[in-house]
Design a protein around this ligand. Structure first.
Ligand code: GLN
Length: 497
């Protein structure tokens, strides 16, 4: 059961081979067994989950089930869920029980999915290793001395360790794709505005986007069908005709299912000098995936994204700027942590924020306030916004020559816990391949494409596919055809029976 796809689980529920209560209990048992080591979940509430499962079984019995009715899912702890503690990985919100549901949670509820629990994450989604969480680091199920990636590391570890069939994540600069890559999952960051941000605790509002993290592109399509859609409560949500993101997946495969597809390979990822920035084994794995794509009928063309090199610096101006503004609401007055002892009101603000936020969050608030301050705004923030435009223009030019862009997701496989936590710049460089996608607002995904590091402790490698705006259905199909031809995505970490 724990290796079944969402489609298979849905069928098993429909055929009454298993009930949602049994399925949910199976996962709750696995969580009880393995979560103490992996630390993928911050909050589990078996009673609440089982109540939802009973309701789902009743819905199915009444003939009112959809594809996700009764399927348990892990939710990143960035989504407000009514009655659930919602911490965003922070001491600041360690005692916060949400009075309302995020739109994403509401949509899963309406579909009859079961909330299995809230997953660990970097504090306020700031990080690439899950080490900034106030609730402690998450261990990578493939090697528990290594990080699962971040910030959606809890979701990634939960699905990889089979502590959930699938999960949600959010991606501001790579936080769905990078942990998916490091844990052997398929993850999709949709076009900005496709999934509502309402009730998703804000990090950098112009970049944040929620998406699915699962084992296959098919599963991702199923989840995205529920998550996506216009929401009047989010002013950046896009009003578009609903679509079936899995509509291309059922067409027969044939020998060359991707004939006619043009895959762009950016010089900035694959030039001789640029490849040096990527682990050589990772690069060799990506090259092998490119060869598979050619066998599937795709044609590759060289494209160029000249402003790519400016993505990390521009992001680390824009994201902290927006974060410094978004996080000003945590003042110890309305909700969240309040320092137990303080003098006047100002002192209460200072002490509550000083004690409630961790180091990385404080670093971002300081950088963000600095780049927005009078006298520096033009030099940093405005300049970063101009770079953002150049990056979007680069992608637009590239899509005149190709349908999708391909590259690595992360320059390295999962690194050791503690390896980069003392060096923020090294940590920021983990996102070198993912960040431009958020700056441009494009959809991007990561899918498993092989392993490095030997048979003893194999470490997964992720392949990144970047689509043009609203091209999620095509991206999912391009990933799906690769998954029909390979079995990397089906491999599971050892020792978690
Ligand atoms: N690692 C990046 C950061 O620390 C991206 C995080 C994210 O996508 N939420 O900001």
């Amino acid at each position: 059961m724990i290796n079944a796809s969402l489609k298979e689980l849905s069928q098993a529920l429909a055929d009454k081979k298993i009930s949602s209560v049994e399925l949910t209990q199976l996962y709750l048992d696995r969580i009880a067994r393995h979560n103490p080591a992996i630390n993928a979940y911050i909050t589990v509430n078996g009673e609440r989950s089982l109540a939802q499962a009973r309701a789902a079984d009743a819905r199915r019995a009444a003939g009112d089930g959809g594809p996700l009715t009764g399927i348990p899912l892990a939710q990143k702890d960035i989504f407000c869920a009514q009655g659930w503690r919602t911490t965003c990985g922070s001491h600041m919100l360690a005692n916060f029980v949400s009075p309302y549901d995020a739109t994403v949670i509401q949509k899963f509820d309406a579909a009859g999915a079961v909330n299995l629990g809230k997953t660990n994450m970097d504090e306020f989604a700031m990080g690439s290793s899950n080490e900034t969480s106030w609730f402690g680091p998450v261990k990578n199920p493939w090697d528990q001395e290594r990080v699962p990636g971040g910030s959606s590391g809890g979701s990634a570890a939960a699905v990889a360790a089979r502590l959930a069939p699938a999960a949600t994540g959010t991606d501001t600069g790579g936080s769905i794709r990078q942990p998916a890559a490091l844990c052997n999952l398929t993850g999709l960051k949709p076009t900005y505005g496709v999934v509502s941000r309402w009730g998703m605790i804000a990090f950098a509002s112009s970049l944040d986007q929620a998406g699915p993290m699962a084992r296959s592109a098919e599963d991702c399509a199923l989840l995205l069908n529920t998550m996506a859609g216009f929401d009047p409560k989010d002013s950046t949500s896009l009003e578009r005709t609903p679509e079936d993101y899995g509509r291309l997946l059922d067409a027969p495969a044939g020998a060359k299912p991707l004939a006619g597809l043009k895959i762009g390979l950016p010089k900035e990822f694959f030039g001789a000098e640029e490849q040096a920035g990527c682990d050589t084994e990772v690069m060799a794995t990506i090259q092998a995936a490119i060869a598979t794509y050619r066998e599937l009928g795709a044609e590759t063309v060289e494209v160029s994204l000249p402003s790519m090199k400016l993505a990390v610096p521009a992001y680390y101006v824009i994201a902290p700027a927006e974060a410094s503004s978004n996080l000003s609401r945590f003042d110890g007055v309305r909700y969240g942590y309040r320092a137990p002892e303080y003098g006047d009101l100002n002192d209460m603000y200072c002490k509550s924020r000083a004690q409630g936020f961790g180091e990385e969050v404080k670093r971002r608030i300081l950088i963000g306030t600095y780049v927005l301050s009078h006298g520096y705004y033009d030099a940093y923030y405005l300049q970063a916004q101009r770079i953002r435009r150049l990056i979007a223009d680069d992608f637009a030019a590239a899509y005149a020559q190709c349908d999708v862009i391909l590259g690595p997701t992360s320059p390295t496989p999962a690194f050791k816990l503690g390896a980069k936590s003392g060096d923020p710049v090294q940590m920021y460089l983990s996102d070198i391949y993912t960040i431009a996608v958020n700056l441009a607002g494009l959809p991007g995904m990561s899918l498993p494409c092989g392993f490095v590091g030997g048979a003893d402790k194999p470490l997964p490698v992720g392949l990144q596919l970047i689509g043009n705006y609203f091209d999620e259905a095509r991206l999912l199909n391009v990933a799906h055809r690769y998954q029909q031809a390979t079995d990397w995505h089906q491999r599971q970490p050892a020792g978690l029976e």
